[in-house]
Ligand binder design. Structure first.
Ligand code: SF4
Length: 439
């Protein structure tokens, strides 16, 4: 990997950590810093041990809805509402052109892709089912040349696992789109996974471009009943082995995980990944803690993401209210992102303690003072917060929930002579609390 001193300094300042801690983490593979050598305007974003939990937003066309303007709008909303990374999952239209447009629209955020989609879609059109295995790698090279900072590479799903899973009683054998394309390719061609076959060359490529391999999870559970079965765990073991190999060869890597999973399994899942991989950053989808929330899956996801972040997950992939129902629109992207950001922050309050609590202290002080301007300014979506504040009557000193019976007004004259705690004193209180331990 390439360690740019200025980038590391920026990351250390943004994260509030020591630069030597950062360097040690990067060298050991426990921290990754995004930045393809081809990209000039990428924000210094790092994920991993001791750093804040980041949130990824997926955008992109589908096979049935190709509206590039809408996808550009989604990228802009993701940047505006503080996503940390953006992934283009496009499968419809001119994929090279769309990727380049969305990469530009996503600036300055790190940008990821799933090259398997394009390799499969273009490969089937060109060769039929017998796509040559090196065609998958040529598409990876195309994305690297464009400046893609990280890519999902489904190298953990072997031919043996693919053969077993389609004969198993798993409710949903694979819910990963790229993973399923590879399973079909392996079964059709009776060949090993192309990313396993060309693994050493892939490592050379990613090293040359200083890009991050995100080891995909073809076997992630698509419902709570398939969670932690032999397929999910077998793929995680494979991914951890590959990740350790990448770290040993100086290539930045993270592992993708979860999906659907009840709350009691999340902490064990995170600990297992960290233990098997030697602390390689974990990028989790959700997890969704119930299958029973169509239309509200961003909430099912936020519950799991908060637990995952508190337990050590490093990057959360958001989900939108449209999950399982259709391609999201711009507003649904915004809703999903904000839900995931809240979850990641709630996790950080446990994972990082006082370091993450400054904004909570500032909002709480403003709340106790009935300082509406500050509360609204610091809200995840200030326009929405202001609209709610004004929906019945916006000019009250209190709010319309209790009106004249507001607790802060009732107590006002008794509180005038007391000394309010400062922001730093409030944060210090978190340090004194008993450390939270998961069961
Ligand atoms: S009116 Fe009620 S809800 Fe509103 S600020 Fe006062 S106590 Fe809180």
């Amino acid at each position: 990997m390439i360690l740019d001193e200025n980038v590391l300094k920026d990351v250390a300042r943004i994260e509030g950590v020591d630069i030597d801690f950062l360097k040690r983490g990067v060298k050991a593979g426990r921290i990754i810093v995004f930045g393809n050598v081809k990209r000039k305007n990428v924000k210094p974003v790092a994920i991993g041990e001791g750093l804040t939990t980041k949130v990824n937003v997926n955008i992109g066309t589908s096979g049935t809805v190709v509206n590039i303007d809408m996808e550009v709008e989604k990228a802009k909303v993701a940047v505006e509402y503080s996503a940390d990374t953006i992934m283009d999952l496009s499968t419809g239209g001119n994929l090279d052109e769309i990727r380049r447009i969305l990469l530009k629209a996503s600036e300055p955020l790190p940008f990821g892709t799933v090259p398997t989609y394009q390799a499969w879609i273009e490969g089937v059109a060109k060769y039929g089912p017998s796509i040559p295995s090196d065609f998958f790698i040529s598409v990876v090279e195309r994305h690297l040349r464009d400046g893609v900072d990280f890519m999902t590479i489904h190298a953990g799903i072997t031919k043996e696992l693919a053969e077993k899973v389609v004969k198993s009683s798993r409710l949903m054998p694979s819910v990963s789109r790229g993973g399923t394309m590879l399973i079909v390719w392996m079964l059709e061609n009776n060949s090993e996974n192309p990313y396993i076959k060309h693994w050493d060359y892939l490592l050379e490529l990613f090293k040359e471009y200083n890009a991050v391999i995100s080891l995909g999870d073809a076997m992630r559970p698509g419902n709570i009943f398939d969670a932690h079965d032999e397929f999910q765990i077998a793929e995680l073991v494979n991914n951890a082995r590959l990740a350790r190999d990448a770290v040993a060869k100086g290539v930045q890597v993270m592992i993708e995980g979860p999906g659907h999973m009840t709350m009691d399994k999340i902490v064990a899942d995170i600990r297992l990944e960290k233990s098997l991989s030697g602390g390689v950053p974990y990028y989790v989808l959700g997890p969704l803690v119930t299958d029973a929330a169509p239309g509200y899956d961003h909430i099912a996801t936020a519950i799991g993401a908060a637990i995952a972040a508190a337990a050590g997950a490093d990057l959360i992939c958001y989900l939108t209210p449209a999950e399982h129902l259709g391609l999201p629109n711009v507003e649904q992207v915004k809703e999903g992102l904000i839900a995931a950001k809240i979850a990641a922050h709630a996790g950080d309050l446990v994972k990082l303690g006082p370091r993450a609590a400054r904004i909570d202290a500032a909002i709480s002080i403003a709340r106790a003072r009935l300082d509406w301007e500050t509360q609204i300014k610091l809200a995840p979506d200030p326009k929405k917060a202001l609209a709610i504040r004004n929906q019945f009557e916006g000019n009250l000193k209190s709010c319309t929930m209790c009106g004249q019976y507001c607790v802060f007004l009732l107590l006002d004259k008794y509180l005038r002579n007391r000394r309010e705690p400062t922001l730093d004193e409030l944060i210090e209180r978190l340090r004194k609390g008993a450390p939270f331990e998961f069961p």
